[in-house]
Design a binder for this molecule. Structure first.
Ligand code: B12
Ligand code: SF4
Ligand code: SF4
Length: 310
């Protein structure tokens, strides 16, 4: 165990613009098999990749056999809303700028390279979102934040508008302790969800979640969700907008994540006129590309129908 390494890594993280950097021992995570219960209940909908990578998600040593520690990092992505045009749809905040997978992965790789140089034969593995790592559980274990009733990780200084990134490493680092949960008796997120997607505090059924339906689902959206989806064209932020811890959010200092002009509030009518090439061009390099042209057409049709009801 070398506390000097912790200090150096914290400094590297700060130099890359991360807002928080915490450490945990690379034991198995999820001892109660909550992920298994979640999958067994079918709450992952058709995200089969969650099932096929279950064991690796729960045990970092299956990814990096000599892993000793886990470094968990947070990067704020909040930015104020630009002016919202009438009859517009909404793109979730996290997707209005450059794709965070690319932005964060580059930062993680640079930090990991420096970490690998700290000791002979040190090795690392970096992950942001798409890697088989239970990022929120590591954030909780490392004391980076607590898991709220909306199932997201929160911090007193940042609220929940931040991405997580993780580095598994063979370096033995001093672990941090978990922090208290500050949700208290609040249930604002559970009550605000328009599709009742929370089956219990902190447990989400993706089948009912607007975020899953508008981003991951390649088929039609069930009426129970579509009729309650409002104007959301990509993702959903309702269970974060209502969170009292997000009242004091500050704009990110990471320029690449700031909203691109015209990306926050597209007009569903205009989206419907867009051919595939125009869609690819407007959303090039942003997370919105994930839903593809067909997904955006479907989402825009639903948003338009919901607007006509109002
Ligand atoms: C699959 C996935 C989704 C799915 C399913 C979401 C879900 N709640 O599981 C869908 C597509 C719906 C989704 C939506 C969103 N996502 Co997402 N998603 C993921 C992904 C890839 C895996 C999450 C996972 O493992 N789910 C399975 C469940 C079982 O895991 P878990 O909740 O982590 O489970 C542990 C804890 O919750 C805890 N637990 C379980 N029950 C309970 C109950 C209580 C009371 C408590 C305290 C704890 C607790 O125990 C579990 C095991 O240890 C992660 C990235 C990653 N690799 O981890 C991003 C990630 C969680 N997503 C993220 C984001 C930003 C979003 C959205 C906000 C995007 C948007 N605006 O539309 C929404 C938010 C919806 C929501 N309220 O969760 C961020 C969250 C950052 C943060 N601050 O927490 C992540 C970490 C990506 C990243 N690298 O930044 N996502
Ligand atoms: S992202 Fe939207 S639909 Fe999904 S749980 Fe949160 S409020 Fe509900
Ligand atoms: S809205 Fe309330 S219950 Fe939900 S995450 Fe925020 S503090 Fe916790």
């Amino acid at each position: 165990m070398n506390p000097i390494w912790n200090d150096k890594i914290r400094q590297l993280a700060a130099n890359e613009g991360f807002n928080a950097c915490h450490f945990a021992i690379a034991d198995t995570i999820d001892p109660d098999d909550k992920l298994g219960q979640w999958l067994h209940a079918g709450y992952h909908a058709d995200m089969d990749w969650m099932e096929t990578t279950k064991s690796i998600r729960q045990d970092p040593k299956l990814k990096l056999p000599e892993a000793q520690s886990v470094v968990v990092l947070a990067l704020n992505y909040y930015a104020e809303d630009p002016e919202r045009p009438q009859k517009s749809g909404i793109i979730a905040r996290y997707a209005r700028g450059k794709d965070y997978h690319k932005v964060i992965k580059k930062k993680l790789i640079r930090i990991a390279r420096e970490m690998d140089a700290m000791h002979d034969q040190a090795k690392s593995y970096v992950a942001v979102d798409s890697g088989p790592v239970m990022e929120r559980s590591w954030a909780e274990r490392s004391g980076l934040g607590w898991i709220g009733k909306n199932s997201l990780v929160l911090r007193q200084d940042l609220g929940s508008w931040f991405f997580l990134g993780v580095i598994l490493t063979t370096l033995k680092l001093q672990p941090d302790s978990p922090v208290a949960n500050h949700c208290g008796t609040c249930r604002a997120c559970i009550e605000a969800c328009p599709t009742d997607a929370f089956v219990a505090d902190g447990v989400l059924d993706a089948n009912k979640c607007i975020s899953y339906q508008t981003i991951e689902n390649r088929n039609s959206v069930p009426d129970t969700v579509a009729n309650n989806m409002g104007d959301w064209l990509f993702g959903c932020d309702i269970c974060q907008e209502v969170c009292p811890w997000n009242r004091f959010a500050k704009t990110t200092e990471e320029k690449a994540l700031l909203p691109r002009p015209g990306l926050a509030f597209p007009i569903p009518d205009e989206m419907l006129e867009q051919d595939e090439a125009a869609f690819n061009q407007q959303f090039a390099g942003t997370p919105v590309r994930r839903t593809r042209h067909a997904g955006m057409q479907r989402n825009a049709r639903i948003a338009l129908k919901n607007q006509q009801k109002d």
